[in-house]
Design a protein around this ligand. Structure first.
Ligand code: NAP
Length: 506
């Protein structure tokens, strides 16, 4: 069976080249063939999206909401077919997949509500001042308008929530931007099922041909062509720092540069105050190990860096961590690339003089991996920037500081982060201020006495942060305000209100 690219309302497979999905747990190639996109098909998808934009942006928010609701319903109606395909392509347990499916549908419905409310337009009106001297002022009204066709690259570790009908796609569709998805090779079959749902939802709710397309990549070429296409208006990317940076640079090198909103990796530091270690060493160890090993550590918010003071209470805490890690079973990682880069990353850490492995990985079958925990003195950490980078998977390194000043130096030396966490006892709260003062300029979200994994989808959420956590720290990829990435402001001077509402039809 051959699965086609979806180009608006057409199915297309002209390349004669195919890619196949892999079952990472069984290390087996799955039978269905997915036709890769040609340069002509890629061009057709963006050209159709451009044509659709002129119709779609004027469709009332209530109808865009019907489209998004229909997508959510279609995903739910796929039931076990979708759940089992995701489990097969990711090796995730069923409960994890169901949580992500429910989150994805909730996001679609949340953005449907945003489309209806029209709040994303954020209209600002400075009324006319006809009697002002020496010159009268005309009415000036500012509002946001959609940018145009958006290209979306999903991440391998979120086959639904950051993929074909994920937050980037739903937020762009909600505000009037057609979307072209570059399917992720790691869940190409899941992409095909969801893309088919979006196609049917578009047809059923009367959306224009070209409002959505999904292309299977011919290596990296397809994605690069999409970013460089003159009619592409913006890009949403979730994935590795290497990939995000490459696509961001491409976006800036175009004759007409475009925004590339890339959400990338992060080590999500957790600063542990001594009182917290003294008061609840075992509870804290259990909480952190659960966060670090959930879904084989394949979360962008995984706590990859713990920072504590070097004393005998911390020694006991390290023992608790090692005990908690011993009972975590090995599990399969998502794909060969992630497995190899995890082990390459751990090997590079192991080589640094001064690093001690507290819980190391033993060789095992296939892509199965156990968690790894290391410690390093703060002065060694500060002298080795390679230890500051993400090792994607179940890995954490604990930086042991001589005193609080050294802890602040470690905070100051970090790159931009999606999150930073402070674990502290009640009577140490006032002592956290100097650290918080540093962290607010390092991270998009600061957590007090919690763990970084678990990103709430809500209006107050910031999922982003200074580079390299994202390529634009002013925006979020999660929550209501994710729509702001696909908009730009226009001021209308001296326009009658009915002419403006006629332009947006809303
Ligand atoms: P990835 O390897 O960067 O791939 C993401 C997508 O970009 C894929 O479709 C890939 O194409 C494409 N791509 C990557 N480099 C490219 C290039 N140079 N040119 C054209 N296309 C390119 O990332 P991943 O393996 O999916 O995800 C793992 C990483 O994502 C981790 O580092 C994790 O921390 C991060 N992540 C971040 C967030 C967040 O919100 N910040 C969320 C989840 C994951 P192919 O399919 O052809 O490889």
């Amino acid at each position: 069976m051959i699965t086609h690219n979806i180009i608006g309302f057409q199915q297309s497979a002209t390349s004669g080249k195919y890619i196949y999905a892999t079952d990472p747990a069984m290390l087996a190639t799955l039978p269905e063939a997915f036709a890769t996109a040609t340069a002509e098909e890629t061009d057709r998808a963006v050209s159709k999206a451009h044509q659709a934009f002129n119709i779609y942006r004027k469709i009332p928010g209530t109808r865009k909401a019907e489209f998004l609701h229909e997508i959510a319903k279609g995903i739910e109606d796929l039931g076990q077919v979708l759940i089992e395909r995701i489990m097969q392509e990711t090796a995730y347990p069923e409960a994890r997949v169901i949580v992500e499916r429910n989150r994805t549908c909730a996001q679609l419905r949340m953005f449907a509500a945003e489309a209806i409310s029209g709040g994303w337009k954020t209209v600002t009106i400075d009324p006319a001042l006809p009697d002002r001297t020496p010159a009268p002022r005309p009415e000036i009204r500012k509002m946001m308008i959609p940018l145009g066709p958006v290209v979306v690259f999903g991440a391998s570790n979120f086959p639904l929530a950051y993929s074909t009908a994920g937050g980037d796609v739903a937020s762009a569709l909600a505000v009037g931007c057609p979307v072209i998805v570059k399917a992720h090779d790691s869940h190409i079959g899941t992409n095909a099922l969801v893309a088919e749902v979006i196609l049917e939802a578009a047809r059923k709710t009367g959306m224009p041909d070209g409002v959505f397309s999904s292309l299977n990549g011919d290596g990296m070429h397809t994605g690069q062509q999409l970013v460089l296409h003159p009619l592409t208006a913006a890009v949403g990317f979730t994935g590795s720092k290497q990939g995000g940076r490459a696509l961001f640079d491409l976006g800036q090198q175009r004759e007409n540069p475009i925004p590339v909103f890339a959400e990338m990796g992060s080590v999500n530091p957790v600063f542990i105050f001594p009182g917290k270690v003294r008061s609840d060493s075992k509870g804290l160890a259990g909480q952190l190990v659960a966060s670090m090993t959930m879904t084989v550590g394949q979360f962008c918010t995984n706590p990859g860096l713990l920072i504590a003071l070097k004393d005998h209470h911390t020694e006991a805490f390290l023992d608790e961590l090692a005990i908690a890690l011993k009972v975590i079973p090995e599990a399969s990682m998502l794909n060969h690339g992630i497995y190899k880069s995890f082990h390459r990353g751990v090997a590079a850490v192991r080589e640094v003089n001064g690093v001690i492995m507290l819980h190391d990985h033993q060789s095992s079958e296939g892509l199965r991996t156990a968690p790894v925990l290391a410690t390093v003195p703060a002065d060694v950490f500060l002298a080795h920037p390679q230890l500051h980078h993400e090792v994607f998977g179940p890995f954490s390194i604990i930086v042991l500081c001589e005193n609080m000043d050294e802890m602040l130096s470690v905070a100051g030396a970090l790159e931009g982060q999606l999150t930073a966490t402070v674990q502290v006892s009640d009577d140490e709260l006032t002592e956290t201020q100097p650290l918080i003062d540093i962290l607010i300029y390092k991270a998009g979200r600061i957590i007090m006495n919690g763990v970084p994994t678990g990103v709430e989808v809500c209006a107050a959420m910031t999922h982003g942060g200074p580079y390299p956590a994202s390529t634009d720290s002013r925006f979020t990829a999660v929550g209501h305000h994710a729509v702001q990435r696909w908009l730009r402001p226009v001021s209308f001077q001296n326009f009658p209100a009915n002419l403006i509402s006629g332009m947006t039809n809303d």
